[in-house]
Design a protein around this ligand. Structure first.
Ligand SMILES: Cc1ncc(COP(=O)(O)O)c(C=O)c1O
Length: 375
């Protein structure tokens, strides 16, 4: 008899939907009959609940994570001629948001342990034009924020967390979103907290920023039809807010499932010539992605694909080396660790509804690959 063909996707949003479909339907059904399809009470409730979850005063719903970064930078005072420091290994949106303000992104290499911005390498990049630092809690592991904030305060810079990978992650017991002047979140569907479409938010403790961001996201209006400044049409939709309210109630449970899968992978993969993710003792990693590094990345990905196991090579080109940033003339030697890791990283399947058997199958296939190689 033929062996059954396995198919393990890198991510699968449909399994989760099947578990919560009635809650989702009921939540959407509170929005549709209300006739209130922009702004309104459901959005306000979500904003309140998400701010509370992050341990912060305010959350402002924005149409997506890219615009959350953009509007947050504008509200923090970034404009033409300014510089904003961020890390080389992020999603390109972190950098594009800087360009949308007419400013220039300045890229810093990463530290080798958690693949986050190397705080020790930031100071040499600070100039008179620097306004903001954007640490990205990459793959769900928080950045070491204390020394970063200390450095920012020394130079009177603002700090904006890009927390798009790190809903629920904690740094020294405090949740992401409440660790700096402001934080931008994406709720892109596959994120740790994901909507059913595009969605995002900015979180802050600052009264003035909160006020300015509400004006900026709604065509510069405080009161309808009076436009105080050139604003944007970038509100979070109440239908997505209703979905997010349901999902927020399950978030901690789903994060626990992610952590369980990650710890099983850690156990099963420990004796192989691959580097597995690490977690600092001050961190609570939410494993948005389970990223391994190995020299034979492409062959391994191909081998797994043939076995029906899907993997992803996200961020296989560091942002400063993307064609759109040729004008900044970065070279691989400017960001040696990010460059090296980009050629080695592979994301294994991980989503909260993945079962232990699937984790075992993926791990077994990786063992088979290395056994075959050794022969
Ligand atoms: C680190 C990071 N920043 C920003 C974004 C942008 O978010 P969105 O896709 O919601 O615009 C993403 C989303 O993929 C991201 O991963």
């Amino acid at each position: 008899m033929n062996k059954p063909i396995i198919r393990i996707p890198a991510e699968d949003l449909t399994r989760q939907y099947q578990q919560i479909r009635w809650e989702i339907a009921a939540a959407i059904d509170t929005v549709l009959p209300s006739g209130k399809y922009t702004l309104g009470p459901i959005l306000e409730q979500f904003e309140h609940e998400f701010a509370e979850y992050c341990g912060a005063k305010y959350a402002i719903g924005i149409s997506n994570g890219t615009e959350a970064l953009h509007l947050a930078l504008l509200a923090l005072g970034v404009g033409p001629g300014d510089e904003v420091i961020t890390q080389a290994n992020t999603y390109v949106a972190t950098a594009f948001a800087v360009n949308y303000c007419g400013a220039t992104p300045v890229f810093v290499d990463i530290e080798p342990q958690y693949s986050n911005i190397d705080v020790k390498k930031i100071e040499e990049k600070i100039t008179a034009k620097t306004k903001v630092i954007i640490p990205v809690h990459i793959y769900g592991h928080p950045v070491d924020m204390d020394p970063l904030i200390e450095l920012a305060r020394k130079y009177h810079l603002k700090v904006l967390e890009d927390a798009s990978h790190a809903h629920g992650a904690t740094y020294k017991g405090k949740r992401s979103g409440g660790l700096a002047d402001a934080a931008a979140f994406s709720f892109y569907p596959s994120k740790v907290l994901g909507a059913y479409g595009d969605a995002g938010a900015i979180v802050t403790n600052d009264d003035e920023l909160n006020h300015r961001l509400r004006v900026l996201r709604y065509m510069g209006q405080e009161v309808k039809h009076t436009h105080l400044e050139i604003g944007y049409q970038q509100r979070l939709d109440p239908i997505q807010a209703a979905v997010l309210r349901v999902k927020l109630r399950h978030l901690d449970f789903w994060i626990e499932k992610r952590r369980h899968i990650a710890s099983l992978y850690n156990q099963l993969l420990q004796d192989l010539p691959i580097e597995i993710p690490q977690e600092a003792e001050w961190a609570y990693h939410v494993y948005y992605l389970y990223t391994i590094r190995c020299n034979e990345r492409d062959q391994l990905a191909e081998f797994l694909a043939q076995k029906g196991i899907e993997t992803q090579k996200i961020y296989h080109t560091p942002v400063p080396l993307q064609p759109c940033y040729r004008y900044l003339a970065y070279q691989p030697q400017d960001i040696p660790i990010a460059y090296d890791y980009a050629n080695k990283l592979l994301n294994l399947p991980l989503f909260p509804e993945m079962n232990d058997e699937e984790v075992h199958l993926v791990s077994q296939a990786i063992h088979d690959f290395y056994r075959g190689k050794g022969q």
